[in-house]
Design a binder for this molecule. Sequence first.
Ligand code: ATP
Length: 573
Amino acid sequence: MERELEVILDSTHDAMIAVDKRGIITLFNRAAKRLNKLEGEKILGKHITDVVPNTRLPYILETGESELNKKQALGDIIIITNRMPVKDDNGEIIGAVAVFRDISEVLELAEQITNLKEMQSMLQAIFHSTQDAISVVDDQGIGVMINPAYTKLTGLPEKDILGKLCTVDIAEGESIHLQVIKTREPIKNARLKVGPWRKEVVADAAPMIVDGELRGSVAVLHDITEIKRLTNELNQAKQIIRNLESKYTFDDILGEDGQIKSAIEKAKKAAITPATVILRGESGTGKELFAHAIHSASNRKYGQFVRVNCAAISESLLESELFGYEEGAFTGARKGGKLGLFEQANGGTIFLDEIGEISLNTQAKLLRVLQEKELVRVGGSKPVTIDVRVIAATNLDLEKAVRDGKFREDLYYRLNVIPILIPPLRFRKQDIGLLVGRLIKKYNQEYGRFVQDISPKALEILMNYDWPGNIRELENFIGRAMINMKFNEIMIRSKHLPSFEIKMYRNQPKIETAERGAMLVHRKLQEVIDEAEERHIREVLKQNDNNKNKTAAQLGLSIRNLYYKLKKYDIEE
Ligand SMILES: Nc1ncnc2c1ncn2[C@@H]1O[C@H](COP(=O)(O)OP(=O)(O)OP(=O)(O)O)[C@@H](O)[C@H]1O
């Protein structure tokens, strides 16, 4: 039993010392030797103060009091000690024992735990108070943590997210958590829509890797609704500023084609003269843009630019709109009369769009204003002098209108001082790429997108179309293509392109027939046939919901032949 006790005492980590009533050591176990760095020495039988000079055991022997849980430094370590007297049955002190333990490691661990706890509360405070929405998933993509900002942004509480696959919150786009888990690579600036309110967010995600092992992914979502709202407000403000100034300058007119360049050159020269300009071109070719640019480059640029769409105002109203009226000029006339558009444009420019649409009666009045530089308000008698630069525009064959007696010849010559012909888009297809680039930028701003380019295939499709509605049609077309794109797509591809409106340019009113004829004959017959064929196939395919058999039957083609043509025209199968 004694041997066993000895083994136990030597194998425990607690250091133990016992002395008799004289202070002579009767027990000094291995842990005590190790702590006092006395291993190998013979200790038993020595007086305790010879072995441990600062010991308090003599004090215990003298007072018979116990000292429990006393912390003290022993060299560079911290120990905790219990010292107790040993008494016989009569209560006489016959010795004392000390049991002590090195607690440096425990203290260190305790400190580390405290530090960790502090760190944890700090991180939790950040996690809970940040405005950025954060979600954390494990290595299987299962939600483990979200913060209040996340719930505020997405509308999804913890119960809808924790323990569920991370795709539950996505309304549009792909889960970036899953991508991060798959690739172990961080993702930046992903555009998504999340939660039941389909909030638009920009999200970053990063893998959580501990000791080389993937533990999950953490994502931070930034709400961009506010940014978009501000961008919209900014655009509206810009729009207002643009309306106050003239909207465009020559820098806004894009084109490398020879004809458009010479039109621009002619317009620039005209801008610095007071001469009347007439802009001729099909609808959507940029006549209004040219009118603005001419005004902006003229010495009247600080004056008003007033646009009048002569076709949009009824014949009966046009005259009073243009020239104004005096009080009591007609029933319903405003008190005090009304300033006409010519007077509003005084010192500036008036842009008479669709001039070919005005009646012979109004033409006569307009001619007088152009000749005399003065006007008489409706119901008035006093002439008012005006100083207005006139820019007119039409997509009609004015020469024919003159021949048919619908347009006054003298007015025609008055207006035709500097005629500028703006070519239709189909005659300057090499400019399509340039224009698409500008339109992508414009719609990126309007729609808050980050589209960067158009694929060569998609561009080729645009090049093969005739654009009867010209740049305006191209503008609408690109706008619709961008709406068809997913949020994270940055390249306009053929699959995004809407189908073309089938409208042949021969439906367009004629302009300068001879000139157009000259431009047309440069086109090879096969080119024209191919274009018509492609357009027709696309349309029939669309009508048949892409059903090839039905389409082939309807077109009178074998299915093999249809596939050949689909390939030839790069129509998606
Ligand atoms: N050369 C160009 N470069 C860039 N954008 C252009 C160009 N020409 C026209 N646009 C754009 O195309 C659209 C149509 O142009 P605009 O309204 O000036 O045509 P328009 O000939 O006056 O049409 P309409 O006769 O139907 O009034 C506008 O948004 C304009 O900014």
